[in-house]
Design a protein around this ligand. Structure first.
Ligand code: URA
Length: 243
């Protein structure tokens, strides 16, 4: 069987299992399960394995995410905010979580912070459509509060799968939450920014979150220094070698 067919079958299986379990729950037929948690746990495990396998396309990952109810955030959000941009992007920006505007429009970074991010992207000579933009969380936390560990854990396989599908040459983590979760570190952002780190063999730069820059415009100078570093590395990694 071809790899593409295998992937399609795996994604179909996950979707069908999910629909089956949801239908059971709606009918109050939890007793159909052998032990109460076993099928849901097994399903979560196989879904996680599928996402982390790096075999799914962005479209397939979005399909598996569905109308996500894996954590408590689903109760408050309007819609899932998956990601936007080129599936072949060489550069991926990762933010924290959708805000009110993103929750309403279903697209990351479209509010005031998003407009600043667009200007930051243009400042390094790129267009928004050339890069890919997503968040650690795909659902808006109520009142934009800080994401909680269980929410981050539920969403993480989807972010990992997005990065595996895109295989960018560079990643830019926007703010402390994105940096801490991608790099698995508690080192403060002030010590992480301004240099490249390694994310699964991909160079990763940490800079200030645009929303932070809107509140602290005096840090824009440092952010600009970060962006210049990012641009230099982007050009180095994407320019054809000269003879
Ligand atoms: N802040 C984020 O971290 N992400 C968005 O999509 C919008 C604001």
């Amino acid at each position: 069987m071809s790899a593409k067919r295998l992937r399609q079958e795996a994604a179909d299986l996950v979707k069908k299992t999910q629909e089956f379990l949801e239908a059971q729950q709606q009918l109050g037929l939890d007793f159909v399960r052998g032990t109460p948690e076993a099928p849901a746990r097994d399903q979560a495990r196989s879904e996680r394995e599928l996402l982390l396998s790096g075999t799914l396309s962005l479209e397939e990952i979005r399909q598996v995410l569905g109308d996500c109810r894996r954590c408590k955030l689903h109760a408050h959000r309007t819609q899932v905010v998956f990601g936007v941009g080129s599936p072949q992007a060489d550069l991926v920006f990762v933010g924290e979580a959708p805000g009110a505007d993103e929750d309403a429009q279903g697209e990351p970074f479209v509010g005031r912070a998003g407009q600043l991010l667009t200007r930051m992207i243009e400042a390094i000579g790129l267009k928004r459509e050339q890069v890919y933009i997503c968040n650690v969380l795909k659902s808006r936390p109520p009142n934009n509060r800080t994401p909680e560990p269980d929410e981050i854990a539920a969403c993480e396989p989807f972010l990992v799968a997005q990065l595996k599908a895109i295989k960018p040459k560079l990643i830019c983590a926007l703010g402390a939450i994105a940096a801490a979760n991608l790099l698995k570190t508690k080192v403060p952002l002030s010590k992480l920014r301004g240099k490249f780190h390694d994310y699964q063999g991909i160079p990763l730069l940490v800079t200030y979150h645009p929303a932070y820059l809107l509140r602290n415009p005096n840090e824009k100078k440092s952010a600009w220094q970060d962006l210049q570093l990012l641009q230099k590395e982007y050009l180095r990694l994407t320019s054809p070698p000269s003879r």
